[in-house]
Write a protein that binds this ligand. Structure first.
Ligand SMILES: Cc1cc2nc3c(=O)[nH]c(=O)nc-3n(C[C@H](O)[C@H](O)[C@H](O)COP(=O)(O)O)c2cc1C
Length: 412
């Protein structure tokens, strides 16, 4: 068990109560999964059709909240184009925990600590992985926009929120094929095709994207390994659900349960991106909430199904879980792998409950059950897990999640 992160030596945070990130009402994130489990049907007539329109049933992936996916390759030149690419990156709970200060020759990437996940990510590890994802997109776009970027991570010891400084000079390096994948990459939570295995060659190609000596990717691809990792992730989901602080308060802060919320806040987790069958997704938008107990049991069922259809599992480990720059560099690798996977029509989904539970165990001072299990999984005390995920060939394309506008994330 790692003991190098403790609440006393690491800043602990609570979810913000700022107006921009409201605590949500009574509809929970896992309403979506409850619907999958209960087989609910409604008569769609009259007011039902009105509610369907009101809830965006006919406008999936449309409206201002989704425009950044279409506008990302602006016709005007300049450094803001790099931010347009950065904000499409993967990030925890779609909290979009970033701010950018942009000049003609430099971009500073800041952590927006107000956009934290509370008890889900008490040490801001996931936040910094997400910032690394944004940095990777930004750098892919820098080359494509005719710059040679030079990056310094954590350039100012007096400002912990300054994650990276990117100096931009003119350049003409070839554009990576990964750049074009930026608007096509989406976290895919649908079931994966169990008849189509992920080959060793594919896993090796993903591993080859890693050029960082402080980051490691490990694979769990054979049937026995998949079963064992799958069981661990399901057990972690159970522990997550049993912990009401982690389960309800924090996670629900980021749930955008209706169309108006999505268009207003342009962040968070949505029903559309949940990987549900079409009918369930439509009904989920139209129906009122179900009980917390139903939500919990169906969430667990959904996790079990996702785990069951994984073609392989992987994990990202770093040498020192506390090291911010290593967290950011791991995030860069996650995004790069996901962009490459998108090119190969390979679906990916982080399933990070085990590491979230490991952090929570430290905060609560309880037995490090998941912390120990993750160490056993890695099998080398020199490495510490920060992200677990599944991959495979999906039965459906992953759908877009909302994004805030560039103007909302650029500071003066
Ligand atoms: C550090 C990190 C942890 C994540 N953990 C989970 C997870 O446990 N389950 C999940 O379904 N998605 C997880 N995600 C995916 C995010 O929810 C997703 O990136 C975000 O909602 C934006 O959606 P997009 O990736 O489709 O653009 C994680 C992403 C990151 C970067």
């Amino acid at each position: 068990m790692s003991t190098d992160i403790t609440p006393s030596n690491t800043q602990e945070v609570v979810p913000t109560t700022s107006n921009s990130i409201p605590s949500r009402g009574k509809i929970s994130r896992r309403k979506m999964f409850a619907l999958a489990g209960t087989g609910t049907f409604v008569l769609v007539a009259g007011g039902g059709v009105w509610r369907a329109a009101d809830q965006g049933v006919f406008s999936t992936g449309q409206g201002p909240a989704y425009e950044p996916w279409d506008d990302w390759r602006a016709t005007t030149k300049g450094p803001l184009n790099l931010v347009r690419a950065a904000i499409l990156a993967a990030n925890p709970h779609n909290s979009q925990p970033w701010l950018f200060h942009v000049t003609q020759t430099q971009i500073n990437l800041f952590a927006d600590n107000r956009r934290n996940l509370g008890a889900v990510d008490p040490f801001l590890i996931e936040m910094h992985i997400g910032l690394g994802c944004a940095l990777e997109n930004l750098l892919q776009a820098a080359t494509a926009n005719g710059y040679t970027p030079q990056v310094v991570l954590a350039p100012d010891v007096s400002d912990e929120t300054l994650v990276a400084r990117i100096e931009l000079t003119p350049g003409n390096a070839p554009v990576s094929v990964l750049y074009n994948m930026i608007p096509l990459r989406h976290t895919n939570r649908y079931p994966y095709d169990t008849t189509r295995p992920v080959t060793t060659m594919t896993l090796n190609a993903l591993s080859a994207l890693n050029d960082d000596p402080d980051v490691r990717v490990l694979w769990f691809a054979n049937a026995e390994q998949r079963k064992s990792v799958g069981n661990l992730l399901v057990a972690a989901a159970n522990a997550f659900v049993a912990d009401k602080v982690q389960d309800v308060v924090d996670t629900d802060t980021w749930w955008r349960g209706n169309w108006q919320d999505i268009q207003q806040h342009r962040d968070g987790i949505t029903l559309d991106a949940a990987g549900l069958p079409e009918l369930t997704r439509i009904l989920g938008k139209m129906l009122p909430s179900v009980s917390i107990e139903q939500q919990d049991s169906s969430f667990l069922q959904n996790t079990a199904d996702q785990v069951k259809t994984a073609g392989a599992f992987g994990l990202l480990a770093i040498r020192n879980k506390q090291d911010r720059t290593q967290q950011v560099r791991a995030g860069r690798l996650w995004e790069r792998m996901h962009l490459w996977a998108t090119k190969e029509t390979l679906a990916m989904q982080p399933l990070n409950q085990a590491t979230e539970r490991a952090s929570r165990e430290i905060v609560l001072g309880i037995s490090p059950h998941f912390g120990d299990a993750l160490h056993t999984l890695v099998g080398d005390t020199a490495w510490q897990t920060i992200l677990t995920f599944r991959l495979g060939y999906s039965t459906h394309e992953g759908l877009r999640s909302p994004r805030r506008a560039v103007n909302d994330v650029v500071t003066s």
